[in-house]
Unconditional design. Structure first.
Lengths: 284, 396
């Protein structure tokens, strides 16, 4: 049995790693939920890389239907071909195109399938896939063929909880909620992206980052990807750690809403916490 | 005793099904939790609980069931940590060779077997079992190149019970009033009111028509049909006793305004009369009658307020709380008119439900509008009511 240990460039918590292995062992899809920017989509990439398996992505849009993932019967092409008679239109098989799910089932070896942002689709969408994901097979009436997975693919499903997923669907899955990484784990994550970042700079930056995240008022809290962008800006701009203690340069990379920036800037001027050297002073 | 866990979860209101419970047993039969309670805690949660708002209740149920249990978790964690350390050690070539002879997986398996047999208690000396002063692959103060120290340092890892006791997910629980994070989730509930999108359909008649015009060259005509979209109207109580909640509510829905294209919002103070304000400071207003006349009746109306006021504000002409405001028609009449026009209307109240019975005006408002708590659960129920006309509390 495959055992996922994580990869070099994807830092993973122990709980998530265990849950990935539970879902692989049970052959059930893993639903990953969590704040945007906690690396839900990257997880599937990392699993495929770590286990050295082929990787399929099925990006879900608001118009995606369950049928799209299974197969498409190109009737228009068939109709067109029928007019000129240069194809054998009696052979329906050549007009059946497998979708992402069909491809994953039809693969000769086990693959990793990512169903990205399943909550974008219609509310009925997950229900339409119940049987297919349970049995890992489906039937094509046009060709009287059954596509059945030789080995159950590793299915990772991400959701931003824009819509609630139906209970029968959830029952068949393993669930993991990615919590926002704590400072220690965050340092590891940053180190993957910036192996030789200055320690003091990182510490000060993270302190500021978590301080901003504590604001209740924010419309959009900065996430990991924004932190990485910000650090990138700090490194390129050559900002010394001392400067970050007293001000927050490039605030626009962390906060994307005008109101949020105003909130932080306003409170920063008057609030003692803004000056981290004061905040961290030993008061005992 | 183990089945108690299932019933404990059920009694805490977590929707666990037998299906999932059996899946958990499959997982345990495969020993996916490595005989560890901490791993079991996470594994069982991932299989049994499918929404983070139930994580807190899961913690409570877990404490109830396994609260006083003795575990060997710390020891296992130590071993795992030790295994990592072995890799990090700088060793001479000779030592490395010795280590290669011992398969780390085997060491772990060995340990598990012995743990099952109960060898780990007070074992001193020996070559195989866990204990102290021996030459086996695990234990403390012993000697083996691939050996692991157990219990010499302080335990850094948390035991499952402690993890559960921390109850980190308390904030995700659904019965507390909305804060920033909950607001986003609440918003997502509102999205179920959004248009579902465009459906594409072959327009057969036009296709045949066009194809004929084209002298047989097939020309496909698609028609876009927009599915019915919902419209949302929001009325918010601002000022007075609502002040502590006003900003919270306003932010929630100003964000919603960005999501829903046909979205209207108005403000009022305690009760609405012939005017509704379009700004929070209540400077600009529109006529309520005008809204009742001109707007479509299929608006979903959400009213947010504490409904806490003097009964006279509802029942009297000129009963409005603001001395400068004169209303010829009593507030309750306006509410009834609203309800008559917009069948899908709910009232969200930030006050806890248990206090509703004690306030006369709340009881009166509840007679007109179905009232829900402004919590995740309440909002959920309310939206369900708006969408289907049915929910546990009210039935239209």
């Amino acid at each position: 049995m495959d055992y996922f240990k994580g990869t070099e460039d994807y830092v993973i918590s122990k709980e998530l790693r265990d849950n990935v292995n539970v879902s692989i062992a049970l052959g059930r899809p893993l639903i990953v939920k969590g704040e945007p920017g906690t690396g839900k989509t990257l997880l599937a990439h990392a699993i495929a890389k770590g286990l050295e398996k082929k990787f399929h992505i099925w990006n879900i849009k608001s118009t995606t239907k369950a049928q799209d993932g299974l197969y498409l019967y190109d009737t228009v092409q068939r109709l067109n071909d029928a007019r000129f008679g240069d194809h054998d239109v009696a052979d329906i098989k050549q007009y059946i195109k497998l979708g992402k799910l069909g491809e994953a089932f039809n693969a000769d070896e086990q693959v990793v399938l990512l169903i990205d942002e399943i909550d974008k689709a219609d509310i009925e969408f997950p229900n339409d896939l119940l049987n297919e994901l349970d049995e890992m097979s489906f039937y094509i009436p046009e060709t009287k063929e059954t596509i059945k997975a030789k080995t159950r693919p590793i299915v990772i499903i991400t959701s931003n909880s824009e819509k609630e997923l139906p209970d029968p669907f959830l029952r068949r899955c393993v669930f993991h909620y990615i919590e926002f990484p704590e400072q220690q784990l965050m340092e590891e994550i940053v180190h993957v992206h910036f192996p030789d970042i200055e320690k003091k700079l990182l510490r000060e930056a993270l302190k500021k980052f978590y301080w901003i995240r504590e604001f209740d008022m924010l419309r959009k809290k900065p996430s990991t990807s924004e932190l990485i962008d910000w650090l990138q800006a700090l490194v390129i701009g050559g900002i010394p750690a001392k400067t970050i203690e007293n001000e927050i340069p490039f605030l626009g990379t962390l906060l994307k809403k005008k109101e949020d920036i105003e909130v932080v800037e306003k409170s920063g001027k008057s609030h003692y916490a803004y000056n981290s050297s004061m905040r961290t002073r030993d008061v005992y | 005793m183990f089945i108690n866990f299932f019933f404990n979860l059920k009694s805490k209101g977590i929707p666990v099904s037998l299906h999932e419970w059996i899946t958990l047993h499959h997982a345990m039969a495969m020993n996916l939790n490595d005989c560890s309670l901490t791993n079991f805690y996470h594994m069982a949660r991932s299989i049994l609980v499918k929404n983070e708002i139930f994580f807190d209740r899961y913690d409570i149920a877990f404490l109830d069931t396994f609260g006083g249990i003795e575990t060997t978790d710390e020891m296992l964690d130590e071993i795992l940590a030790g295994l990592k350390k072995v890799k990090e050690l700088k060793l001479s070539e000779e030592e490395k060779k010795q280590i290669e002879q011992v398969n780390l997986d085997q060491v772990l398996k060995n340990f598990e077997e012995q743990m099952k047999q109960g060898h780990y208690k007070n074992h001193v000396g020996g070559n195989k079992a866990i204990g102290t002063g021996g030459r086996s692959t695990q234990g403390a103060w012993g000697y083996n190149p691939a050996g692991i120290r157990i219990g010499q340092g302080e335990s850094r890892h948390k035991r499952a019970i402690q993890v559960a006791e921390k109850r980190t997910f308390r904030n995700y629980s659904s019965d507390i009033t909305l804060d920033t994070r909950q607001m986003r989730v609440a918003l997502s509930h509102l999205r179920s009111l959004l248009p579902i999108g465009y459906g594409e359909k072959l327009d057969l008649k036009k296709t045949i028509d066009q194809t004929c015009r084209n002298a047989g060259e097939i020309e496909l005509v698609w028609e876009n049909k927009e599915k019915k979209s919902s419209k949302v109207m929001l009325l918010m109580d601002v000022g007075g006793s609502m002040t502590p909640f006003a900003e919270l509510v306003e932010r929630l829905f100003s964000a919603a305004a960005g999501q829903i294209n046909r979205f209207k919002h108005f403000y009022f103070h305690n009760c609405f009369y012939q005017d509704l304000w379009t700004d929070m400071e209540r400077n600009q207003c529109v006529s309520t009658m005008e809204i009742l006349k001109s707007e479509d009746h299929d608006y979903k109306v959400i009213i947010v307020g504490d409904a806490e006021m003097a009964p006279s504000e509802l029942t009297w002409a000129n009963g409005a709380i603001d001395y400068w405001y004169h209303n010829d028609t009593a507030g309750i009449i306006w509410m009834q008119r609203f309800k008559e026009k917009f069948k899908d209307a709910i009232w969200l109240n930030p006050l806890p439900k248990r206090s509703w019975e004690y306030v006369h005006s709340i009881r009166m408002v509840r007679d007109v509008f179905p009232m829900f708590e402004l919590t995740l659960d309440g909002l959920d129920e309310g939206i369900k009511y708006l969408m289907t006309g049915k929910c546990e509390l009210y039935n239209r």
